[in-house]
Ligand binder design. Structure first.
Ligand SMILES: *Cc1c(COP(=O)(O)O)cnc(C)c1O
Length: 492
């Protein structure tokens, strides 16, 4: 078959050009949305015609119609939520994943996909410092990783009480409860709901000022409910402060009550891949299950999360599915035994490619660079007029806010000013930050997890914040933001 004969080439070449136009122009494109809802609906809301169109026309019109509605998540100046970009090898492997279109449910339905996943899972455990024996699943994100891990937890805890959850379900089962931090990510609560455990079985353990679970609080909570099996959910990287629980102390306490310990490490677990930051994950290997993401700090395209379970039997019992028309492999890992999905994307390929592109040193360097940039951003924003640092980054997440300069200003005035500054930064298109509520205060979150973020991006973001402060009624300043070279202090 010669060039141009396949029917794919015109569409794929159009897509390649559009993708490169997007990725190679992030420095000159606004990082925030320039198009409003009405115009996106008008442009995309075409009549669905009776007759189809040439594929390349569909792709070129799509790329045109979404203009201004694609956020600059590929840019090094996107610091909203916890997002991350895409590494070149990961993105390219993701395109191939779509082209190969394997159903990565069984070895039989995607032999190379199953093997790439098997290899990538082993690498991940090694890099993240998790037990070699742990089983794993590549899922859509940390949300489904929680569901997978907590299903294994539910199985193991009920089995100890001779209750077969897979056979009997939860009706009439012995109770299971969840002990978590009040600041636990909302995906925990949803996993608990999906698993039929219910919100009323969630109990919050007191935390310290950074959001770390207090060991004495956990001990008290466990002692007060010994009639009930417990799952303790710990945090590796709080979304506001980046704080890490004391896994060693908390796991020891949890284990003495035979509780299952699950770790939400959506982005924070990656600190374990850096010699500089690994210490914050000390004791994490004592947990029973761990959830993290590939699409955040590893910089994979959406969507990819990872579930790891120290007890493969519990994991397999909770997830495995057998049907007579399927062919199961004896000597190789069938993803269907570990995943909640049936048909599924071959997520192992982009993971495999990202890990190989970076190598061990590259992963450590990515983590350390992001932390250094987050620290520089928080420190330099804190030096601007009316700005205040509320939480210094433990890793790559920090909190600032902007005060109303009026001496009689109240918390709600500071909240308004903070939202005004965030809105002005977004309107500039120069940087993207998101707001949040933390300890009764309105804050601006600083989250750095894009492999592309550079010193120049930090300088541009600082200049944008400075202008936003001036525009929203802040005092004029002569401090020359963006001109001083940033030493990117590696120290805490
Ligand atoms: C993002 C995040 C989640 C949810 O992960 P998804 O990949 O979006 O499903 C859970 N916990 C924390 C701490 C997160 O940052």
């Amino acid at each position: 078959m010669h060039k141009g004969n396949s029917g794919f080439r015109p569409a794929l070449e159009t897509a390649l050009e559009a993708a490169l136009a997007h990725l190679e122009n992030v420095d000159t494109t606004p990082v925030s949305a320039a198009a409003d809802l009405g115009s996106l609906r008008r442009r995309l809301g075409k009549m669905l015609a009776a007759e189809g169109l040439p594929a390349e026309q569909v792709i070129s019109e799509l790329a045109d119609d979404v203009r201004g509605g694609i956020l600059g998540t590929a840019s090094g100046r996107f610091f909203g939520w916890v997002v991350g970009g895409s590494l070149p090898a990961a993105l390219a492997a993701d395109w191939l994943t779509a082209a190969w279109d394997q159903n990565a449910v069984l070895y039989a339905s995607g032999p190379a996909a199953a093997v790439a996943e098997e290899i990538a899972g082993g690498w991940l455990k090694d890099i993240l410092g998790l037990p070699e024996r742990a089983s794993f699943a590549l899922v859509s994100g940390c949300q489904m990783a929680h569901v997978t891990c907590l299903a294994a937890a539910r199985h193991a805890l009920l089995r100890q009480q001779a209750w077969d959850i897979e056979q009997k379900g939860l009706f009439g089962a012995p109770p299971v409860r969840i002990l978590a931090n009040a600041d636990a990510h909302g995906s925990i609560e949803r996993a608990v709901r999906l698993l039929g455990i219910g919100r009323s079985q969630m109990f919050f353990v007191p935390a310290d000022e950074l959001g770390r679970m207090r060991p004495d609080g956990l001990e008290t909570a466990l002692r007060q409910g010994t009639e009930c099996a417990s799952i303790v959910v710990l945090q590796a990287g709080d979304i506001h402060t980046g704080a890490f629980d004391d896994f060693e102390a908390l796991s020891l306490i949890a284990k003495s009550y035979e509780a299952w310990v699950h770790v939400d490490g959506a982005f924070g677990l990656w600190a374990a891949a850096s010699p500089r930051y690994k210490h914050v994950t000390r004791g994490i290997e004592r947990a029973d299950s761990w959830a993290t993401d590939g699409h955040k700090w590893l910089n994979l395209p959406f969507d990819c999360g990872y579930a790891f379970v120290a007890n493969p039997e519990a994991h397999r019992a909770a997830m495995s599915h057998r049907a007579s028309y399927l062919e199961f492999a004896a000597e190789v890992r069938d993803p269907a035994d570990w995943n909640p999905e049936w048909s599924r994307r071959a997520r192992g390929f982009p993971t495999y490619a990202a890990l190989r592109q970076l190598g061990r040193k590259g992963i450590a360097n990515l983590v350390e660079r992001c932390c250094a940039h987050a620290q520089a951003l928080v420190r330099r924003i804190g030096e601007l007029p009316d700005a205040e640092v509320l939480s210094w980054p433990v890793i790559n997440q920090g909190l600032v806010r902007f005060r109303d300069p009026d001496p009689n200003a109240s918390e709600s005035h500071h909240a308004v000013r903070t939202d005004q500054v965030i809105a002005a930064i977004l309107a500039s298109g120069e940087a993207f930050f998101t707001g949040s509520d933390w300890k009764g205060r309105r804050v601006m979150r600083v989250s750095v997890c894009n492999w592309q973020t550079s010193e120049n991006d930090v300088n541009r973001a600082i200049a944008a914040v400075q202008r936003a402060i001036a525009m929203t009624g802040g005092r004029e300043t002569t401090a020359a933001a963006g001109t001083a070279p940033d030493p990117i202090s590696q120290s805490r």
